[in-house]
Ligand binder design. Structure first.
Ligand SMILES: NC(=O)c1ccc[n+]([C@@H]2O[C@H](COP(=O)([O-])OP(=O)(O)OC[C@H]3O[C@@H](n4cnc5c(N)ncnc54)[C@H](O)[C@@H]3O)[C@@H](O)[C@H]2O)c1
Length: 352
């Protein structure tokens, strides 16, 4: 398999076989100790391949945490830090974060905070983490029922993306990651979006993701490099996320089988495209095409009209808003986003 490299200001992302890049990083880094952060799923499905391809890692200490967003918290970080202390990790230690966005965000956060920062390499193993969470330097944990409110921006030593890990990922998790890919296309590139239209619910598990991952990373790279700390243009990545986060928070606290992040973002994108038609003249034909595409992929998810008011309450607590006005990224057309669209609650209710 060929490996492609994307160079960012202070680190590289490779897409393809991780073996060579990881071996080289380990040699160059001359780390005092190596830790591998996993959850029970990545321990079972991903760790064996890592150890097989890079046998020197058999010496590394594995730290296992429980999977799931509910464990992305300070208690889990305390456990990680106590394991690092127990092993007498010094500042020249390395943490390999082998897992989805939860492992990447929290493992990066824990590593960057321990002794004011040890080295870390992201090895994302879900589609969502490979196309989105692993790039952009955002690290963090959830606190007080709010997602990602504690954290910071810091880049890893490297990001190694190998689609081979996706082979064991459940179909629902693949569709979850695909939601962010669709978002990248909608905010940046109509040709990319048209290419994605060939993917449907029946064939999504057989997709070869390498080129798609690279296209998405190139879009996200251009955006985060233009605005690393989300002062302005990076807000285009929030398309679908203002309503989507509110739906996700509502679902997390009300549903027995809550929506995944990407599933909530799909509903958020549909709502925000409706707002785009009203506010920024997004063409109705395009809306119909996108809506049909998203609906066949994510048919089972809807917001019950009885819950709209409750979802709205989550919306108003979002950290990005100014007073009673809510900040949206909308689209004028596919590939042409507009940021800082301040809307009132009455306008938004109609979009559900
Ligand atoms: N930092 C960012 O810019 C950014 C961007 C988007 C999302 N995120 C964060 O990412 C998180 C969501 O990430 P996620 O969707 O990857 O969820 P996740 O990390 O919870 O992983 C989803 C599930 O898949 C399992 N899994 C992981 N890899 C597997 C594999 N190869 N085979 C089988 N099972 C596997 C995990 O154990 C978990 O049960 C959220 O916390 C979100 O806030 C961060």
């Amino acid at each position: 398999m060929t490996t492609n490299t994307l160079s960012l200001s202070d680190y590289n992302i490779t897409v393809g076989d991780f073996q060579e890049a990881l071996t080289e990083s380990l040699q160059k880094g001359d780390y005092s100790q190596v830790f591998i952060l996993v959850d029970e799923n990545t321990r079972e499905h991903c760790l064996p391949l890592l150890l097989q391809r890079v046998p020197t890692l058999k010496e590394a200490k594995v730290i296992e945490i429980q999977s799931g967003e509910i464990h992305k918290n300070i208690q889990t970080c305390q456990y990680i830090w106590s394991e690092l202390l127990k092993a007498q990790a010094d500042r020249n230690a390395l943490m390999l974060n082998l897992g989805g966005g939860v492992i990447g965000d929290m493992g990066g956060f824990a590593a960057a905070a321990y002794k004011r920062g040890i080295h870390f390499i992201q090895i994302p193993t879900t589609l969502l983490a490979q196309v989105d969470a692993s790039i952009g330097g955002k690290l963090g944990i959830d606190f007080d029922n709010l997602k990602n409110v504690i954290g910071f921006f810091q880049n890893p030593q490297a990001v190694l993306i190998d689609p081979i890990f996706l082979k064991t990922l459940p179909a629902r998790q693949i569709r979850n990651g695909f939601a962010e890919i669709i978002k990248h296309a909608l905010i940046a590139d109509v040709d990319y979006f048209n290419d994605l239209l060939t993917i449907n619910r029946a064939n999504i598990e057989g997709v070869d993701w390498s080129d798609i991952i690279m296209r998405s990373l190139q879009i996200k790279k251009a955006v985060v490099e233009a605005d690393p700390f989300e002062k302005g243009w990076r807000k285009i990545l929030n398309f679908g996320h203002t309503v989507g986060h509110a739906i996700e928070s509502f679902s997390l606290t009300h549903d027995s089988d809550p929506l995944l992040h990407g599933e909530a973002i799909i509903l958020g994108m549909i709502a925000e495209l409706k707002l785009s038609m009203q506010i920024s003249d997004f063409p109705e034909d395009d809306f119909q095409q996108i809506n049909a595409f998203l609906r066949q992929l994510y048919a089972e998810y809807v917001v019950d009209s009885a819950n709209v008011e409750a979802v709205m309450n989550y919306l108003q607590n979002d950290k990005k808003h100014k007073g009673k006005q809510l900040n949206f990224t909308l689209l004028e057309k596919i590939g042409k986003p507009v940021i800082n669209q301040y809307l009132k609650k009455e306008d938004i209710v109609k979009s559900f």
